[in-house]
Design a protein around this ligand. Structure first.
Ligand code: ADP
Ligand code: MG
Length: 139
């Protein structure tokens, strides 16, 4: 059975542009409940740890530099089939290929600056949520 929780980050470009409220509103209107949330400014080292699975790929340096360039909003979200439902809401990794009405289509600028992160599986969601939040932070 698919899990009820996923993990997201609103990326620095979207926070800096003042889209955090609109994106959180889209998330809530799509039926996700906020389980935990915080505003964080990662160091480049911390961004590298979060994206360790991509270490060695061509885009890793740009991605970690970008993700540490300003504050992000990290959150754990709850809904039935959360991982799949959230990836539907945000759209394809490349904003130019994302479906109309998706978060990445509306607020993404490029592959790197694609507005939001969404976990790709239940186990990833748990690991990524635990990177930012302890059990005590979750309501
Ligand atoms: P997703 O975020 O859709 O799960 P990935 O896990 O494959 O995508 O990649 C993590 C992040 O790295 C993406 O959201 C995107 O910002 C960046 N990225 C992935 N592939 C590329 C690429 N080919 N060029 C530039 N950035 C990329
Ligand atoms: Mg991914």
């Amino acid at each position: 059975m698919a899990g009820k929780r996923t993990f997201t980050m609103i990326k620095p470009s979207a926070v800096a542009a003042g889209h955090a409220g609109d994106i959180l509103s889209m998330i809530e209107k799509a039926g996700f409940r906020l389980v935990a949330m915080k505003l964080v400014h990662l160091s480049k080292h911390q961004a590298g740890l979060f994206y360790a699975e991509h270490d060695g790929k061509s885009f890793y340096e740009d991605l970690t530099r970008f993700m540490s360039s300003g504050p992000i909003i990290a959150a754990i979200l709850e809904k039935e089939e959360a991982v799949a439902e959230f990836r539907k809401l945000i759209g394809a990794t490349d904003p130019s290929k994302a479906d109309a009405g998706t978060v990445r289509k509306l607020y993404g600028i490029s592959m790197t600056e694609n507005a939001v992160h969404g976990s790709d599986a239940d186990a990833t969601a748990e690991r990524e949520g635990s990177f930012y939040f302890s059990q005590l932070d979750r309501v």
